[in-house]
Structures are given as structure tokens and as C-alpha cells.
Ligand binder design. Sequence first.
Ligand SMILES: C[S@@+](CC[C@H](N)C(=O)[O-])C[C@H]1O[C@@H](n2cnc3c(N)ncnc32)[C@H](O)[C@@H]1O
Length: 229
Amino acid sequence: MKDKAAYVHRMFSAIASRYDLLNTLLSFHRDKYWRTFTVSSLGLRGDEMVLDVATGTGKLAQELHRRIGRKGKVVGIDFCKKMLYEAKAKASDVELVLATSEKAPFPDNTFDCATIGFALRNVPDVERMLLETTRVVKMGGKVVCLEFSRPRHHVLQKIYRLYLFIILPFMGWLISGDKEAYLYLPCSIMEFYEPVQLQRIMQNIDLKDVHFHTLTLGVVAIHTGTKRS
Ligand SMILES: C[S@@+](CC[C@H](N)C(=O)[O-])C[C@H]1O[C@@H](n2cnc3c(N)ncnc32)[C@H](O)[C@@H]1O
């Protein structure tokens, strides 16, 4: 893809108002559990300052805010204004910042920890996004990434592919009116790194103790790493 960032920006601008509904329907409501698990991986005390990178409509940021309450603070950044409008309508207590995740407008070591939900697949340079996120996290703080993956079992893989390439684009098109976005989604999932490959990428930047969990038969993977001191 020639200019992935511009393509992704256009795509999320087009589907912003239907994004949450489609997420819930197409994941059979598992997305709530995936986000809850992601937030649990941070082991929050409740007074932290947390960054949610590529926050989109703010679903993960809301879950973070639920855990933290008023003693801490959640900041969400995203480069798509329309996604942030949706987030603003839902999460008034989350600070939303229009910015690209490759150049986060925060000093080094600002946040206690950070999350990246379903965004690594969508950027031209995964390493750069991870490096920039890690830069703004304090030493000893966690970076947790929630991303789609693929089941390992070959029968499940066949069923998953059928779902991804036939059912999902059809439902996505029906509900959002956007055919392209829901053709892009399965391709981006199939082309993304295996969980062990992403683990290695995270280990090669400033993160230690990198480990991952797969959920829902391997449909998603949650990677956790800790910024080196
Ligand atoms: C699939 S959505 C995920 C939204 C949210 N994190 C969630 O869990 O539902 C991906 C989001 O990443 C944002 N995004 C993609 N590339 C970005 C970049 N380079 N900088 C900031 N945001 C980006 C898109 O605008 C979109 O809102």
C-alpha cells in the first residue's frame, strides 16, 4: 500500500459512526472481554496516569477510566478527528488529543503505563509506534498491546478465514455502507505478525519481560512489556 497512513485515516473517518456497533456485532460481543483483559494486564492501583494510543472511539480508554476513577487520569490520542468525536460523546472524563502516534506530543517518561488497542496492524511502521509509546512511558511502566491474531489449529484457521473473508465483509458493508474497510480488515489481520514475532519486536526495543496471552481460540493476542530502567 502506497500511503498506508492516509488510507487508514480515510477509512476510519468513513466508518467512525458505525465502528463501535460493528465491533460488537462482528466480535460477538467478545471485544468487551478483550478490552477488560487488556486493562487487567496493567495491574492498576487506581491513581495512575495512563495513555491510550490510537484510542479511536475511546472504548479502551473508557475501560481504563472505569478502573482508575478520579484519582488517576486517562489520555487518549488518535489522528482521526471523526473517531475522536465519537469518543468525546461517550467518555467525558478522558482527555482526548488529536495527534499521530508516531509523534506523541508528550515529554519522555510522562505516563505510568500505556495501551495500544487494534492499532499496530494499521500503521506503516510498527516498531516506530512502539518506540514512541515506550518513550512517553516511565521506566518500569507497562506497555500493553491488544491486537487481532489467527487461531493456530488448522480447522479453526479454515473457519476463521471463511468468517473473515466472506461473512465479515458482507456484514460490515451492510451496516457501515463501506465495502473497502471490511475487506481491508481481514487482509490486515492475515498479514500481521505472529504473536512470537511481535514479542521479538517488543523485546528489541526498550521493553523487557515481554509476554503474551491469546484469547478466544487465538483470535486476539495481548502483549505486555515493561520499560527498562
Ligand atoms: C481499529 S481502531 C482501534 C480503536 C481503539 N483503540 C479500539 O480499541 O477500538 C484503530 C485506530 O487507530 C487510529 N490510528 C491509526 N493510525 C494512527 C496513527 N498513526 N496515529 C494515531 N492514530 C492512528 C485510527 O484513527 C483508529 O481510530
